[in-house]
Design a protein around this ligand. Structure first.
Ligand code: FE2
Length: 270
């Protein structure tokens, strides 16, 4: 199976890039299943019902979340009615789930959403949650597993990779909105520390630069906003999974002027 992952979709510019390019990418690259992160999709904070339906209509199959999952009130019914995840390491009495299993190309694929700890809300231990969940999936004979690890610290993401390499098909980080340059396949696990945003590529992490700059210059906080006009990018990772192992992977940067940069993941030596 060939699966694809899109990181944080930020506001309308991000949604418009998905609208303009994802259907063609799915077709041209023969993608069987698309996972994307929704937590910044509605004006940078959370997800509305309208934007949720809009994003699914462009070919996304399941969406994962993070610390902004709860920002819009629509999320509570959406967790039941749509293919929407929230980080799995929230306590078990929190609504929704962070792990769902799908049928892709006649095989089972589990999608697991986890959230890190540094500068994040209080949750259960992401690393223990990962171990336990993967054990349970394997006991149910589910070996194709993709993880969206929503975390701030690169060290936590790399640590999760060391824990899960050889145990999951793919592990990609989200949340920082800035893509890292370490896409690799290690022991059959595709790994990238951060996917990078889909949305405005200029300004500051997809948001209008005015407020963060004022904050950095004065120490006074303000409400972050989506730029009225900006240069946009869509970033997507494509992974070929066979017998639960990632055999090949590449990342596409699709720019709003039509330009494309494609980069292969390197295969780490055993
Ligand atoms: Fe986040």
């Amino acid at each position: 199976m060939r699966i694809a992952f899109i990181g944080d979709i930020v506001g309308q510019p991000g949604r418009n890039m998905i609208r303009d390019y994802l259907p063609k990418l799915i077709k041209d690259e023969n993608i069987d299943f698309v996972i994307a992160n929704y937590e910044n999709a509605s004006h940078g904070f959370g997800l509305t019902l309208k934007n949720c339906n809009e994003l699914f209509s462009y070919g996304i199959d399941v969406m994962s979340g993070g610390n902004h999952t709860w920002d819009k009130k629509d999320i509570l019914p959406l967790l039941d009615s749509h293919e929407i995840l929230r980080p799995h390491n929230y306590p078990s009495d929190v609504p929704g789930t962070g792990c769902k299993v799908y049928e892709v190309c006649g095989e089972k694929l589990a999608v697991l959403n986890l959230m890190g700890h540094y500068s994040m809300p209080y949750t259960d231990n992401a690393f223990r949650c990962a171990n336990e969940t993967i054990e349970n999936l394997n006991a149910a004979n589910i070996k194709n597993i993709f993880v969206d690890f929503h975390a701030e610290a690169t060290s936590e993401k790399r640590g999760m990779m060391m824990l899960l390499q050889g145990k999951v098909s793919g592990l990609i980080g989200t949340h920082t909105h800035v893509g890292t340059d370490d896409f690799q396949i290690s022991q059959g696990t595709a790994y990238l520390t951060d996917m990078g945003l889909t949305g405005c590529r200029d300004n500051v992490i997809g948001m209008d630069a005015k407020v963060p700059l004022k904050q950095f210059l004065t120490g006074l906080k303000g409400h972050y906003d989506i730029p009225k006009k900006c240069k946009k990018i869509l970033q997507i990772a494509v992974m070929d999974i066979e017998d639960s192992q990632c055999k090949a992977a590449f990342k596409i940067k699709q720019f709003c002027n039509g330009n494309v940069i494609k980069t292969d993941a390197w295969v780490e030596e055993d």
